[in-house]
Ligand binder design. Sequence first.
Ligand SMILES: Cc1ncc(C[n+]2csc(CCO)c2C)c(N)n1
Length: 227
Amino acid sequence: MTAPDYGRAFALWRQGAAAPWQAYTRHAFVEGLKDGTLPRESFLHYLVQDYVFLVHFSRAWALAVTKSRTLDEMKAAAATVNALVNHEMQLHVTTCAEAGIPEDALFTATERPENLAYTRYVLDAGHSGDLADLLAALAPCVLGYGEIGTRLAAERAPDTPYGDWIETYGGAEYQDLCRDTGAMIDAALARRIGPEFAAAPRWPELQAQFTRATVLEVGFWDMGMTP
Ligand SMILES: Cc1ncc(C[n+]2csc(CCO)c2C)c(N)n1
């Protein structure tokens, strides 16, 4: 299966991080969602941690609003903050509520170090750099789930109990968001670095940020498997 097209910068970054990208998008946790063998306890533990993760990811996208230089950039980043705090986190709240975990327990859950490392790394990439640095660190999260969702929607076991999760990320709405985000990244890089951004002196550092965030995604799945 060929990977979905989320733009030029992403295609290059993904290629430049080939081994960790494979470890992230084909992780045992992902395969367990696909065939339904992931223990429920692992999934709920992941969802609680992911709720906290999304709180900090919303802060990172809010930082992208303040790092924007055009109204189009601001609109895209602000739309993502809205989607995160008002919609995506609802999947976590609803699923956890069904399992008897109330929302205030999600907001106050103790963060695992793997979670802390990832979110604060991304926030620091944004605080110490510009929008290009921040987007390089944010891209694996947004676009990786798009790629995982697409593959799992095609390959899933019909009776996996994780169908809602797969449909959230494999569905048309999320895939549109991934394409928009990929286009926004290409435009933001072209604006700051020039159209040949991959030949620029700062490209290796952007690649390194993307690769580090991908490695931190692998750590997040590992954490999910060890409740
Ligand atoms: C560990 C972890 N990595 C990625 C995502 C996916 N994700 C994070 S923010 C966001 C919306 C961006 O528009 C999406 C889809 C997640 N939930 N948890």
